[in-house]
Design a binder for this molecule. Structure first.
Ligand code: SAM
Length: 327
């Protein structure tokens, strides 16, 4: 059977990461970041390794020509290696945005953001998989990225991911709900972390803080993202389906009415999720700007299972029709 370029490159990531994992006594994901950096720098950067491992690594790297792979092949093979590492040692915040969702968000960004050059921000960038999936779909446009994540291992993987795909992305390892030192973005994409934000002192600076107890991190992320988006910019969030049903929802609703135009809510098919309360939707907002108007009607879509080709096609046509009428 013929080996695909993705399988071929995955094998290099996998084998060289396994060598470094064993040699350095680190986790597979840490070793993957190390080997990715070696491949990018075209050199073995780890100093304390045995002669045998050094020779094996060099042999694998010399046989590899990373320039021969497309950005999507690099992203997908790196993603497979990350998934392997995440399975090996499960951590609650180690969740990568699945391809099917990234591809759909990429399609939507391409349709809504028509500028030929723009700055795209992900405040919960994780491994960079969602951000680079979206960037890879903006053919013919010049897109620069900004990504922030609180997890130092994930941001390291995002850094290697961005380098290998040669994307200009500025990455920061910090709490995104602290003040940010970044330019305002033209668009935001984010698979929001859902749950309570433990820092009540910081949360007190937000309109969307809870009246009692901890605030919802996902609400604060929406407010923070709006703050760092230019007027008229678009925001694409992966949100829990119950976002507008919690006790804090009326405040969120009012905030969005005051500051944004809700463009669309696309409910993802239940088949994508293990149980109903894990199900998600894509929320699209436009930050208000003088002279802009709300869409005549919010685009509401229940997406069919993405394996149903014709049904998906007709939904995409509905989205295109809505954009033609409202944008
Ligand atoms: N889109 C990402 C990807 O493709 O890898 C996955 C995003 S994951 C669902 C949510 C991310 O939010 C996690 O990587 C987590 O570390 C990050 N996160 C949670 N709280 C945060 C905070 N306060 N500041 C910055 N990042 C945070």
């Amino acid at each position: 059977m013929k080996i695909t370029p993705v399988e071929d490159l995955f094998t290099v990531f996998n084998q060289t990461a396994a060598l470094l994992q064993e040699e350095l006594g680190i986790s597979f994901l840490e070793a993957l970041a190390e080997t990715g950096e070696n491949i990018f720098q075209q050199s073995v950067l780890q100093e304390e390794i045995s002669e045998l491992t050094l020779r094996r690594l060099r042999k694998s790297y010399q046989a590899l020509n990373i320039q021969d792979y497309t950005v999507e092949e690099i992203r997908k093979s790196f993603q497979l290696a990350i998934l392997k590492g995440m399975k090996e040692s499960v951590q609650p915040n180690h969740q990568m945005t699945p391809d099917s969702i990234g591809l759909l968000i990429g399609y939507l960004v391409n349709k809504f953001v028509t500028k030929s050059s723009f700055l795209l921000f992900d405040p919960a960038v994780g491994t960079g998989n969602l951000l680079t999936t979206v960037m890879n779909q903006q053919a013919g446009k010049n897109v620069e990225g900004i990504g922030i994540d609180i997890d130092d291992l994930l941001i390291k993987l995002a850094y290697v991911n961005a380098n290998l795909q040669q994307h200009p992305i500025q990455l920061f390892n910090q709490d995104s709900l602290e003040p940010l030192f970044i330019e305002l973005a033209d668009a935001v994409v984010s698979d929001l972390p859902v749950g309570y934000y433990p820092n009540d002192v910081r949360a007190a600076d937000y309109h969307l803080k809870a009246d009692k107890g901890h605030s919802y991190a996902h609400h604060l992320f929406i407010e923070q993202s709006m703050k760092y988006t230019k007027a008229g910019g678009y925001l694409f969030f992966l949100i829990p389906n119950g976002l507008f049903e919690s006790v804090e929802a009326p405040k969120l609703h009012q905030y969005l009415q005051d500051h944004a135009y809700i463009q669309a809510i696309l409910q993802l098919p239940m088949t994508m999720f293990r149980h109903e309360n894990a199900a998600k939707s894509i929320l699209i907002l436009q930050k208000k700007e003088e002279g802009l108007k709300a869409p005549k009607q919010v685009l509401l879509v229940n997406l069919p299972s993405l394996s149903k080709g014709t049904a998906v096609e007709s939904v995409l046509q509905k989205i295109d029709g809505w954009i033609a009428e409202n944008k």
